[in-house]
Design a protein around this ligand. Structure first.
Ligand code: SF4
Length: 428
């Protein structure tokens, strides 16, 4: 690995290590990427072997407590998947989104660092061995189905390795994992799902959780396989079945293991499980327990909404969200404001925003675009502030269609606040 930078006055700099030197080994271990580096350079002193031109040299680097060796490795190129999943959301993206939203990343190194889900279809043997040797866990694994034919039908992968033997090898070596099943009606539900859940249960405790999430379909599927969404009665049957399974797992393993995405309960018009049934919310990023955690956060908040610094008197606030969350917010907000004593200060109106970018099947707030918000606000006047979900923005503050809160605030002529206690942004 070529050295990207050497920190000034660090042990590496003092030893004469230079940018573009190639780090070959640490002690006796080969360095292939940053994971090897993290694993091999964990002690206070190591022998580092470098190549510079035709010369190879080894230096001992010693660091003090809290100090780094001072070697920076280059950013890694993200690996992509070789799959063509029938339900892939990226294939259902409209044109004009942020470029990164078209990247089909499938990199177990990102799974370890950021919790990205991977199918493990592009793993080479040395990588499986490395995961086991370096105890790289937890991994986030998209299983979908353990039946090899069904999984192949779903993933349409050119890699044909079965998932179960890989999972068995990894878990036997103590690798912990969170798993997910994207459930597609009439493809991997019913008996196929039961068999998959049974197979995964056999790998508990290393398999810590299984999230079952409904297939997400957008309006941009004209040239893709015909799939359908779950109906309310189907969702209700699934909830009954998984609830029974959870009770059995709780008795057997002391944990529920299997969790259904919130969407299934909303679809079935059934009450969500209580917050404690989500345990420590291990699959929250997958939309499992989001509503209960949101409720919990409202309960915990002393003051729900920050008073805008410039505002005097009673303030009119519009809270914009997707169709899925609208009834939940309407039900929760009133009592929350009452409890925090803010009811007399704010008038809050919850407004549903239709997803024009992805189409009406997409109902979550996190997939609303800046354009959707602007369109929804076209006829709306008289609000002092608009509140949006932070899920709409990436870590750099951009929506799916590359707008900032300030861009939107300018277009709708109204300040925007991201999240209840986030900063209030005015238009540019
Ligand atoms: S693994 Fe499947 S769903 Fe994920 S990016 Fe690749 S094709 Fe899309």
């Amino acid at each position: 690995v070529k050295i990207a930078a050497v920190t000034e006055s660090s042990p590496a700099a003092i030893a004469g290590v230079q940018v573009d030197d190639e780090l070959i080994a640490i002690d006796d271990g080969e360095v292939r990427d940053f994971l090897d580096y993290q694993f091999l350079a964990s002690d206070m002193a190591h022998d580092f072997t470098f190549r510079r031109g035709n010369n190879t040299f080894t230096v001992e680097l010693v660091r003090q407590g809290g100090e780094e060796f001072g070697i920076e490795l280059p950013d890694e190129k993200v690996r992509c998947c070789g799959n063509k999943c029938t339900f892939c959301f990226i294939d259902q993206n409209p044109k004009g989104l942020r470029r990164t939203l078209y990247v089909k990343d499938e990199d177990y190194r990102l799974s370890l660092t950021y919790g990205n889900y991977v199918t493990l279809t592009n793993l080479e043997e040395w990588e499986i061995e490395r995961i086991m040797e370096q105890n790289l866990s937890p991994l986030y694994v998209s299983v979908h189905a353990t039946d090899p034919l069904v999984r192949r039908q779903l993933l349409r992968s050119r890699h044909t390795d079965e998932i179960t033997p890989i999972l068995e090898r990894l878990t036997a070596a103590g690798i912990r994992m969170h798993t997910q099943i994207v459930l597609v009606p009439e493809v991997n539900d019913g008996d196929c799902l039961r068999a998959t859940l049974d197979d995964l249960e056999r790998l508990v405790p290393e398999v810590e959780t299984v999230a079952i999430v409904p297939v997400g379909l957008t309006a941009h599927r004209s040239r893709l396989a015909k799939l359908r969404e779950f109906t309310g009665p189907e969702a209700a049957d699934l909830i009954d079945e998984i609830t029974t399974r959870q009770s059995r797992c709780l008795e057997t393993y002391g944990r529920r293991i299997h969790f259904l995405a919130d969407e299934f309960y909303l679809l079935a018009s059934k009450p969500l499980p209580p917050a404690e049934d989500y345990e420590d919310f291990p699959q929250i990023e997958n939309g499992v327990g989001m509503i209960r955690r949101f409720e919990h956060e409202l309960d915990e908040t002393d003051q729900l909404i920050t008073k805008a610094a410039s505002h005097t008197g009673r303030e009119r606030i519009g809270l914009l969200t997707g169709t899925l969350f609208t009834p939940v917010l309407r039900k929760l907000l009133e009592p929350a404001l009452e409890r925090t004593g803010e009811k007399g200060t704010f008038d809050i109106e919850v407004m549903t925003v239709q997803n024009r970018l992805f189409g009406s099947p997409v109902t979550v707030a996190g997939l609303l675009s800046g354009g959707d918000i602007i369109e929804a606000m076209r006829e709306q006047t008289g609000w002092d502030r608009v509140l949006l979900s932070p899920e709409m923005f990436n870590s750099d503050g951009y929506t799916l269609d590359q707008m900032t809160a300030a861009d939107m605030a300018g277009a709708i002529h109204c300040p925007i606040q991201i999240d209840f206690n986030g900063p209030v942004v005015s238009g540019v």
